[in-house]
Design a protein around this ligand. Structure first.
Ligand SMILES: Nc1ncnc2c1ncn2[C@@H]1O[C@H](COP(=O)(O)OP(=O)(O)OP(=O)(O)O)[C@@H](O)[C@H]1O
Ligand SMILES: [Mg+2]
Length: 251
């Protein structure tokens, strides 16, 4: 039987009484890439934010149903069994618009490692270099690590945010359009990286690119009006034209 890292059951989310996620039940298989596609406003970001309970930071948010994550062999109900800190250590997220902290590039990585993992200085610097190399940013920033992270380009900031999520060694990675602000070459690098990363992580990502979905997804979820209209396995969406046809119908 397939083992799921995330299991949602009858999950509904509303903001100020307006239903945005409408009774979704689905599983996200471990060590795989599941990609969500759907029209703007269909609830993709809201669905990602349900996994790490970020929606609850907004006033007027109501949630019903269950959300479980399975980490290190244990299944945990995210609403009842984990503190926010424990949940966010296990579940990393990279946002649609990069949210670097307005201090130095290195502090963006070193501070969370110190606070959350209580790592010593040498270990932190090693981990920083390792993740910056992993996201192909090291060569661009190694000689300006003390510059403010806001001086980086949009694509560099996006890679820094991915590096920051990886640095904390989560088990689940939520990626909201991870290549949206990258050029073709950088996007390809990140796509190659994600394929490697699924050996260690479970990835749930939003994408607007059918090319990208076909290239790297193991499973595709098509969302429309807060409902899952299709949940396709790899063999289904490799049929030439099928995904394009479904997207044409839904969008
Ligand atoms: N904090 C919030 N308060 C009120 N409404 C919200 C909130 N967050 C999202 N919504 C609403 O929920 C709906 C879905 O938003 P969401 O950001 O999940 O869409 P999306 O599919 O990610 O769209 P896009 O492709 O444009 O990023 C939208 O109508 C949006 O206005
Ligand atoms: Mg979105």
């Amino acid at each position: 039987m397939q083992s799921f890292a995330i299991t949602m059951t009858s999950l509904s989310i509303g903001f100020s009484g307006r239903t945005i996620i409408d009774g979704i039940s689905m599983g996200v298989p471990k060590n795989s890439i599941t990609m969500i596609i759907g029209p703007s406003g269909s609830g993709k970001t809201t669905l990602l934010r349900a996994v790490n309970r970020l929606n609850e930071e907004f006033a007027g948010c109501s949630t019903s149903g269950t959300m479980q994550i399975s980490c290190s062999g244990t299944t945990l109900d995210v609403y009842n069994d984990l503190t926010f800190n424990e949940l966010r250590r296990r579940v990393g997220m990279v946002f649609q618009s990069p949210n670097v902290f307005p201090f130095s590039i290195q502090k963006n990585l070193l501070a969370p490692l110190r606070v959350i993992h209580s790592m010593g200085r040498k270990e932190r610097y090693q981990r920083m270099e390792q993740v910056l190399r992993e996201v192909e940013l090291w060569d661009e920033v190694y000689d300006r690590l003390n510059d403010n992270a806001l001086t980086l380009s949009g694509g560099q900031q996006q890679r820094l945010c991915l590096a920051r999520a990886l640095a904390l060694s989560p088990e689940i990675l939520l990626l909201d359009e991870p290549t949206a602000s990258l050029d073709v070459r950088s996007a390809r690098k990140i796509e190659e990286l994600l394929i490697k990363l699924k050996e260690r992580y479970t990835i749930l990502a939003v994408s607007h690119s059918i090319r990208q979905v076909k290239l790297i997804a193991d499973r595709v979820v098509i969302l429309s009006g807060g409902k899952v209209v299709r949940n396709l396995e790899h063999r289904d969406f490799q049929n030439p034209g099928l995904l394009e046809e479904l997207v044409d119908e839904v969008f």
